[in-house]
Design a protein around this ligand. Structure first.
Ligand code: ZN
Length: 398
């Protein structure tokens, strides 16, 4: 039997970039959207179950374009968390993904886990065993033996990288994550140093593209960022120190910038987790200053951007608020969190907009995020693939 649902929307923001529609309906059949339009002009079958969101702002489910399922930054030592036994990590992932889904994230791109944990969790979510966003998996991060992000796995040299990428793909990776520069949350790495040679990055891109996918590069700035762009990575993650020239190169190469602002700026991010490590806290303060000074210009440059929480589970609203704080119009922020994320993650044929043929990934918000972006904190309806999730919040986290 066909499962038919009709959703009545007070205000509909469909993510295509057009104007909102007041008093609209969305028809869903077997988990896919079949029709969208004004209530008065859209017929629906009499046997459809009616979901009344007539007092809500209805929009596509959010795309968290960069996260890790097993990490909680506020608990500190993120790399140490990735080195823990897999069951402990998997249990944390269950709680984390529940928070993400409850806050409106229906697709989440995982940007490195050990133990191929993300593949097992992706399958558990798809099978309905646990609630969570649809996962796009990187599996193991490709990082050098002395590189940022190194937990258990590391890969050196062109042949080592080819093997690592091929093994990840063989386990079911959707995309490849490479660490092209140092990062904020490790004390000894430099944000602008290149973790890999040009030839090593090239090898990762070749292997990914041969398999029909792409490479996403952790890159803050400097030589590592430039090598990644020149060798054809599709998305630049973080980009905290990107210069005007770097941004021009991103635009030229049609690379996406994936902004991850909450882990750096939110008080429960690195600031909380690594408060006892002065070298890291100093990096946080310096990076905040640079990002605050540069991002209004970066985000206004015409570069295509999406957003990711980088393990700040449930905080997509804060990511969008930060975009607005840096001068992005609320409408553009919502598009970055929906359609933009879907395009950056190469799933825009499936999700990211509310249009016929797409998966029914639909959320509703109390209030109007177009006039007050903080309304995104009040997601109170979540549908993924036509399934409504409720009572997800569990224990009230601070
Ligand atoms: Zn990350």
């Amino acid at each position: 039997m066909t499962a038919r649902q009709v959703i009545r929307c007070g205000t509909l923001f469909d993510g295509t970039g057009g104007d909102v529609v007041r008093d609209a309906v969305i028809l869903v059949e077997d988990g896919r959207i079949t029709a969208v339009g004004p209530a008065g002009r859209t017929a629906w079958p009499p046997d459809a179950a009616v979901i009344d969101l007539g007092r809500r702002f209805v929009m596509p489910g959010l795309i968290d374009a960069h996260s890790h399922i097993s990490i909680v930054p506020g608990q500190g030592d993120q790399i140490g968390q990735l080195r823990e036994p897999p069951v402990r990590q998997a249990l944390r992932a269950v709680a984390n993904l529940r928070r993400d889904l409850a806050a409106g994230t229906t697709t989440l791109r995982v940007m490195a886990e050990e133990h191929f944990l993300d593949i097992d969790v992706r399958e558990a979510i798809a099978a309905g065993t646990i609630p969570g966003p649809r996962l796009l998996c990187a599996t193991r991060g490709i990082t050098a033996s002395n590189g940022h992000g190194r937990a258990l796995s590391s890969f050196d040299g062109v042949d080592g990288i080819r093997r690592g990428v091929r093994e990840n793909l063989q386990h079911g990776a959707d995309h490849i994550k490479i660490f092209a520069t140092g990062g904020v949350s490790s004390a000894s790495t430099n944000l602008q140093a290149a973790g890999y040679s040009r030839e090593e990055i090239r090898a990762a891109v070749e292997e990914a593209e041969r398999a029909g996918t792409y490479v996403a590069a952790h890159a803050h700035g400097g030589l590592g960022l430039r090598l990644a762009l020149e060798e054809g990575v599709a998305t630049i993650e973080h980009g905290a120190l990107a210069t005007d020239d770097d941004v021009a190169l991103m635009i030229d190469r049609r690379a996406w910038l994936v902004c991850t602002l909450s882990i750096l700026f939110h008080p429960t991010g690195i600031e909380q987790g690594d408060r006892s490590r002065p070298a890291i806290i100093e990096k946080v303060h310096r990076a905040r200053q640079i990002v605050s000074a540069n991002f209004p210009r970066v985000l206004g440059s015409g570069v295509r951007f999406a957003v990711g929480t980088d393990s700040m589970h449930g905080l997509m609203a804060y990511e969008l608020e930060m975009l607005v704080r840096f001068g992005v119009a609320p409408r553009e922020a919502l598009l970055a969190g929906t359609r933009g994320g879907a395009e950056a993650c190469r799933v825009s044929s499936e999700t990211g907009t509310l249009t016929p043929g797409k998966r029914a990934d639909i959320i509703a918000v109390e209030g109007d995020p177009l006039t007050d972006i903080a309304a995104m904190r009040r997601v109170d309806f979540v549908m993924r693939d036509g399934v409504v999730y409720d009572r997800l919040l569990g224990r009230n986290e601070p």
